[in-house]
Design a protein around this ligand. Structure first.
Ligand code: FMN
Length: 184
């Protein structure tokens, strides 16, 4: 579809064909944890280790991230759908939210990976802002992640595939089969 005949709904539907995980981006503001569900989380660079999150300019996080300067990323596990909804503004009364901390940044217990990031750049991009951050800390476990595809939560159904052997000298952020044994 040409840009001049852009239908926002169809645009969103097409973007939704790109399957992703689900994260909750957290920061500590006025001594309290604040979180926002985000799937626009991107790996950017291996050396230096950089990631980014794209935040809607209307989101609370957009206002407070420039003040706090650091954020945590919790990559949600497949049983954490309720947390995703909760931090996407569909507040669930009575939901047990267990925060833990990494380098003084609150993150959600039970996630499959954590990153703690220091914001090094913020790029305005249309109605969103890209917050690029340097990774200060990360960890991961080999549990199943929650997926988001075509506007719905999904789960990985396939059995774990055997990793493809990949020559070390070709190693990059996007190497296939580069998931090493879990770091615990
Ligand atoms: C699966 C999912 C992914 C989302 N991804 C993003 C995202 O990448 N960036 C963003 O700004 N909002 C995203 N949102 C919407 C925010 O989570 C939602 O607007 C939130 O309520 C904003 O926070 P606030 O209410 O504190 O302002 C996503 C929502 C869902 C359910």
């Amino acid at each position: 579809m040409a840009a001049h005949s852009f239908d926002p709904r169809q645009f969103r539907n097409a973007l939704g064909r790109f399957a992703s995980g689900v994260t909750v981006i957290t920061t500590r503001y006025e001594d309290r944890p604040h979180g926002m569900t985000a799937n626009a989380f991107v790996s950017v660079s291996l050396d230096p280790p950089l990631v980014l999150v794209s935040v809607d300019n209307r989101a609370t996080l957009h206002r407070i991230l420039p003040i706090t300067g650091r954020y945590g990323v919790s990559v949600l596990a497949e049983n954490q759908e309720k947390l995703s909804n909760h931090f996407a503004g569909r507040t669930i009364e009575g939901l047990k939210i267990r925060f833990t901390e990494r380098l003084d940044i609150p993150v959600l217990e039970g996630a499959v990976a954590y990153f703690v990031v220091s914001v090094i750049d913020a790029h305005p991009a249309g109605d969103h802002t890209l917050f690029i951050g340097q990774v200060e800390h990360f960890e991961a476990v080999d549990d199943r992640p929650l997926l988001f595809y075509a506007g719905k939560y999904q789960q990985i159904r396939a059995e774990k595939a055997k990793p493809t052997p990949w020559p070390q000298d070709e190693f990059s952020l996007f190497s296939i089969g580069s998931f090493d044994p879990p770091i615990t």
